[in-house]
Design a protein around this ligand. Sequence first.
Ligand code: PRP
Ligand code: MG
Length: 212
Amino acid sequence: MTKIRIAVQKSGRLNEDSLKILKDCGISIDNGKDQLKATSRNFPLEVFYLRNGDIPQYLRDGVVDIAIIGENVLIEKGKDISIAERLGFSKCRVSLAVPKSESYNSIKDFEGKKIATSYPNTVKEYLAARGVNAELHIINGSVEIAPNIGLAYGICDIVSSGSTLFKNNLKEVEVMLKSEAVLAVSPTISEERKELLKKIQFRIKSVLQARQ
Ligand code: PRP
Ligand code: MG
């Protein structure tokens, strides 16, 4: 039987809520903790646990048919990938922040400065649209430490509760975009799997309605 293949974040903030929404849709997945792939017992579906940043490429290549992913990741590296549903969880902002001690006035303050980030495309686009030139320092995690160790003037990263900024003596100065978890679809999904996607979407819609 044909199964639809879904990518879910392997570990991190989206993982738990992603599995929860599938469960609420009546899709049971046996979750062997260190398995990278699992099959549902009661729906023709396979789950692939992947790194966030790799998911857009897997969708593009048709290695997976659908994915639960942060919209911010699609904006950064999957603008060609379409969104079937907004899922209403994992809400966050992608923002620019600087040390609390800086007297920040406007985006022009970033001119000629270094910005540490894991979202280079998003930052480049935001700055270019405002005519600001800055140097990007691309790092994959713990971005908020950069200003404190003299690596950058400011940072661009995800802000959820704001506690990481707070702990690192940073202040949010520009909200570049708002994001939430979405159901994304591979451009190469087969007709047969599209039918399975429709069933999942139908269930998701009623789960989201019940959650309101
Ligand atoms: C994420 C993100 C921010 C933080 C935001 O980091 O990169 O640093 O969460 O959440 P908050 O506003 O609620 O503090 P994460 O902890 O996932 O680790 P990483 O940056 O090392 O990947
Ligand atoms: Mg972080």
